[in-house]
Design a protein around this ligand. Structure first.
Ligand code: PBG
Length: 331
């Protein structure tokens, strides 16, 4: 750039609305959004989640209503999470393999109601099903076993795909699970079922409200640091992404979102693949707390944060604000 002030005035292009619109580099649309939803047992049930103000668990009929709402709003994909009944949780998380579990019933009901008008993404990890709240099988010392867990996760993924899931999203951080799940999906004929890998998932303090939502927070002993990543590491995130891509992931996710935009940017630059970010429950709760405290404007925060994700290189964002954001974007 050779021009200098006053020939160069960077404020010139900002001086009117039409010009700001013309020069805008990043656009957010409802098609960038994935809406995470929590499903619970019953009929006509809506259970507000205290630590996620404005977010509820819905029984399957309510999930169908949310799915129709998403279609109407132009949101292309839902992410489903079950709040498994306490009596169905066990040491080995076997309920994850039950073809009639809450997840599978929700998947089938949404598919029946919406056909292919909406994508259904399902989380693969055992924490909503285990009595100890860990994402995998544990040994006597409480250590999460890698290879034994991968075998169960394969069964869980096949169960979800058979019920009609479109996108399998392993969030467990076991090594080698993408290859194992891809091979099993191919062998079962699910060649068009995608894998969105939670490739760079950090052991974060931002997941608290989510654990309330799926009912695992009271159960979890210890932490998830032996499998989820150290928030201090960036280089290692690139190794995680490289590994999952080599094993057949169609897209990768970075999680949490805003505090990890540096990771989003480096993954995008290094691999040139679709990258998604999860604006997680604690991030949502922080925004809502700021709004409740009168410290910020919700609509502005929601749109600004989504713009930041896109600017950093995201193809899309999982956000609990998805429906609200889509309404704002439709004006
Ligand atoms: C479970 C899972 C978690 C989230 C998504 N899948 C929690 C965890 O790893 O403990 C967190 C999402 C959020 O906080 O919104 N494997």
């Amino acid at each position: 750039m050779t021009a200098r002030f006053p020939d160069l005035r960077l404020r010139r292009t900002r001086s009117t609305g039409w010009s700001r619109a013309l020069y805008r580099e990043t656009v957010v649309t409802p098609a960038d959004l994935i809406w995470p939803l929590f499903v619970t047992e019953g009929q006509g049930v809506e259970e507000p989640i205290g630590s996620l103000p404005g977010v509820s668990r819905w029984s399957v009929d309510g999930m169908v209503a949310r799915a129709k709402e998403a279609v109407a709003l132009g949101i292309p994909c839902l992410a489903l999470f079950p709040n498994t009944q306490a009596e169905r949780r066990s040491e080995d998380g076997a309920e994850a393999l039950n073809p009639d579990n809450l997840m599978c019933r929700a998947i089938r009901a949404i598919r029946d109601a919406c056909g292919d008008d909406i994508g259904i993404l399902t989380d693969v990890a055992l924490d909503p099903y285990t009595s100890h709240g860990q994402d995998g099988l544990i040994d006597q010392a409480g250590y999460v076993l890698n290879d034994a867990t991968v075998e169960v996760l394969v069964g869980q993924a096949l169960n979800q795909a058979a019920a009609g899931a479109d996108v399998i999203a392993p969030s467990d951080m076991m090594d080698g699970r993408i290859a194992a799940i891809r091979a099993a999906l191919e062998a079962a004929g699910h060649v068009n079922v995608q894998i969105m890998s939670y490739a760079a998932k950090y052991a974060s303090a931002f997941y608290g409200p989510f654990r309330d939502a799926v009912g695992s927070s009271g159960l979890l002993k210890g932490n998830k640091k032996t499998y989820q990543m150290d928030p201090a590491n960036a280089e290692e995130a690139l190794r995680e992404v490289a590994m999952d891509l080599a094993e057949g992931a169609d897209s990768v996710m970075v999680k949490p979102g805003l505090p990890y935009l540096d990771i989003v940017r480096s993954v995008k630059q290094r691999f040139e693949v679709p990258v998604f970010a999860y604006q997680v429950s604690g991030e949502y709760a922080m925004i809502e707390a700021a709004v409740a405290a009168g410290a910020a404007d919700r609509d502005a925060l929601v749109l600004e944060t989504l713009t930041a994700f896109k600017r950093a290189g995201c193809s899309g964002v999982l956000t609990y604000h998805a429906a609200h954001a889509a309404r704002l974007l439709h004006g």
